[in-house]
Design a protein around this ligand. Structure first.
Ligand code: AHR
Length: 556
């Protein structure tokens, strides 16, 4: 089976091979396999064509003062009967450790541009209660110190989003001073931090300058926001021995290339470390943030995955737009909000805004998304799932003493071996799936701006491959089979190497609607994949219907 024309064209464009005149073979895949009986697809991996190092930070996280994310999800309070570490839910910490969360973003989201960090420091009982962005009361019991303790307990780096809409630059650089100034030098904010319990600086390196400044962050034009960015970052405190600052500028809504292009020009030669880019996949083909997380048809399943796969164009379009003013790519992409966003109906609690269930469909979307990030490892600095617990595309659900992980958690874990490895070209040749809902125009609202047209087809098998940083003879191959009723048997070949051994895990359930809940926390979980034996250095593997698979290949 050969590549379809569009896939072939996009792949060649993405790698520059089209210009170099490299021809892919027709039938049988890139490495020239003959079409064998019972084989539906070919996966051809070319270790000699590295894409880039996979930043572990693309597996990062995000929590916001919203619904049941912070209060109940993360923070249960020191006196709680729920197992906790200094008030932080222990199960949250343990789960984030289990996926070795690299970075955690906080306090928003839209909440960040209404948040005054001064409210969240000092004795808990004296902190003021405020009405936060989501019209929700915030007791401020969870503030900067509690967030830093959360990161420390997990072993991850903090990523703070600063308020640009409703506070002046002084509050930004003083929050930085409060977090990063060394104690014992007479610095008043470092002394205040020490008096509040933390003598050692927090050493925060990741700072977002506002959030969604085209929307909740101030309804600004790219030119207006660029002026704010320049003003907010004209001076920032840095300390000897501290970590270098990584500034993240507010990027586009979905595929709004105009924003990125105009922002680049108006930054006048400023090249931040990262461009914050948000892309959500709506649960409904016509309306943003609608659709049912649990009840969906086969056609809706395929359509959601097809719209999720738009992530690839989000990456390549904005990378191209950045290039206009940053030809050497000093700025890389920080996709600090992504996931499937459904409407009401499956929330844990009536008061938990944006709380939703996650099924196997969301596991498949996670795999497709990570594989896209890895195919563009050279462009991706970080990505943060929205949001880690009790929210949109969550790894965990918690309510009081009840807790479960979701299928999304398992995909995070299954993709861990990729981290820090070198992503290499992996070519998938399989018949595509027709998306019957693709006639509907792109969804309105958040993430819809830009040029994305409905995708008529979804890849029949997709994935990514990487070579381990510690052992060049170990390769990780992750694969998503989106077919609801078709096992896909693929022949896997590696250019210039033989497959000598293989092991792996698979996440697959008979029903795509399968999910975990408090009564059935293990209803969905991965198992060891049934393996064949490599023959003549190639492996034939059957990927179950509606599955995510992670294979470890031993090369010879
Ligand atoms: O993640 C929920 C919200 O989605 C965030 O607060 C905002 O940045 C985005 O619109």
């Amino acid at each position: 089976m050969g590549l379809n024309k569009t896939t072939r064209r996009r792949f060649l464009q993405g790698t520059g091979l089209a210009a170099a005149g490299v021809a892919l073979r027709g039938a049988g895949g890139l490495l020239g396999q003959t079409a064998s009986k019972g084989v539906d697809a070919h996966i051809d991996i070319v270790p000699g064509e590295p894409i880039g190092t996979i930043a572990p930070e693309i597996y990062s996280h995000f929590i916001e003062h919203l619904g049941g994310v912070i209060y109940d999800g993360v923070w249960v309070g020191e006196g709680s009967k729920i197992a906790n570490v200094n008030g932080i839910r222990k199960a949250f910490i343990d789960t984030m450790k289990a996926v070795q969360a690299p970075v955690l973003r906080w306090p928003g989201g839209c909440f960040a541009d209404s948040y005054d960090w001064h409210d969240g420091i000092g004795p808990g009982a004296k902190r003021p209660q405020r009405t936060g962005f989501w019209s929700q009361e915030d007791t401020n019991k969870y503030g900067t110190h509690e967030f830093m303790q959360t990161c420390k307990a997990i072993g991850c780096e903090p990523y703070l989003a600063a308020n640009v809409r409703s506070l002046p630059p002084k509050d930004f650089y003083q929050w930085m001073e409060y977090c990063n100034a060394p104690a014992g030098t007479g610095n008043a904010l470092a002394d205040l931090r020490a008096a509040n319990g933390d003598k050692e600086p927090f050493n925060v390196q990741y700072w977002g300058v506002g959030n969604e400044s085209w929307g909740c962050g101030g309804n600004q034009t790219p030119e207006e926001y660029a002026g704010e960015y320049r003003r907010f970052t004209a001076y920032l405190p840095q300390y000897e021995g501290g970590k270098p600052l990584h500034l993240v500028v507010c990027g586009p809504n979905g595929d709004d290339v105009h924003w990125t292009s105009e922002l680049g020009k108006a930054l006048h030669g400023n090249h931040p470390w990262g461009l914050s880019t948000h892309y959500y996949t709506s649960g409904d083909a016509k309306k943003f943030a609608e659709g049912d997380a649990l009840k969906f048809t086969d056609a809706e399943h395929y359509d959601l995955l097809a719209r999720g796969a738009h992530m690839e164009r989000i990456i390549t379009d904005h990378w191209g737009a950045l290039e206009e003013t940053d030809p050497t790519h000093k700025t890389r992409l920080v996709i600090d909000e992504w996931g499937a966003w459904y409407g009401k109906g499956t929330q844990l609690n009536a008061h938990y805004n944006l709380s939703q269930q996650s099924t196997m469909r969301d596991a498949l979307l996670s795999g497709i998304t990570f594989d896209i990030f890895q195919k563009h490892a050279d462009k991706m600095a970080m990505a943060n799932v929205a949001q880690s617990i009790n929210c949109i595309h969550s790894l965990m659900l918690a309510q009081e003493d009840k807790f479960t992980v979701t299928p999304v958690f398992h995909v995070f874990q299954m993709y861990m071996p990729h981290r820090g490895g070198t992503a290499v070209r992996a070519e998938f040749s399989a018949e595509t799936i027709v998306n019957t809902l693709a006639t509907v125009s792109p969804v309105g609202g958040n993430s819809a701006v830009g040029s994305i047209a409905p995708d008529q087809r979804l890849a029949g098998l997709s994935g990514s491959a990487s070579i381990s940083a510690s052992n060049p003879k170990t390769m990780t191959l992750t694969v998503v089979n989106p077919h609801l009723d078709r096992v896909m048997t693929a022949e896997i070949a590696i250019a210039g190497a033989s497959i000598a051994g293989v092991s792996g895990t698979v996440l697959a359930e008979a029903d795509i609607h399968a999910h975990n809940d408090f009564a059935h926390p293990d209803a969905v979980k991965p198992r060891a994949a049934a393996m064949g034996t490599p023959v003549a250095g190639r492996l034939t593997h059957s990927f179950p219907a509606a599955s995510v698979t992670s294979l470890q290949l031993r090369l010879a």
